[in-house]
Design a protein. Structure first.
Length: 151
């Protein structure tokens, strides 16, 4: 199996087999070591302020955390010599969020939300990602920085 197939399988697994991601409707639409992307559509169950009809901040943070974790995972996989299922599982079992900072720039309004991430630094033990979230009109909703345990 090549890297692209591995990325696709993990994206499908994290989208379809992780209950929290399913609950929020988070879908991984790009999974590689340069940039990752997660999308989700507006649902009334994601409202954080019913008077203003805006997205809950926790949903925003969760989407940013997922997209940051995806690009960190892609960087782990890129550095593997052995792409066997066992090696990939063992390597990704160490992946976890150490720190997450979310800066909210404007209320979460829109029909679709797009979160993207890229790696700022990736070492043997820790990776740092920069994340952004926009709505379908390109309005910048939030950005974040995530620090992930990768080894």
């Amino acid at each position: 199996m090549d890297q692209k197939q591995v990325f696709q399988q993990i994206a499908e697994f994290w989208t379809n087999k992780m209950p929290f991601n399913q609950l929020l409707g988070l879908k991984i639409t790009q999974f590689d070591c340069k940039q990752s992307e997660v999308r989700f559509v507006w649902q009334d169950k994601l409202i954080g302020n019913p008077i203003q009809n805006i997205l809950h901040g926790g949903v925003t943070a969760a989407a940013l955390d997922l997209v940051g974790g995806v690009v960190a995972a892609a960087n782990i996989i890129e550095n593997l010599d052995d792409l066997s299922e066992q090696t990939i599982q063992q390597s990704l079992s160490r992946l976890g969020t150490i720190d997450l900072r979310t800066d909210f720039l404007r209320p979460g309004r829109g029909e679709e939300f797009i979160a993207t991430a890229r790696i700022i630094r990736s070492g043997n033990k820790v990776a740092v990602a920069r994340m952004e979230m926009h709505n379908e009109q390109g309005e910048h909703i939030a950005f974040g920085t995530g620090t992930y345990m990768v080894g």
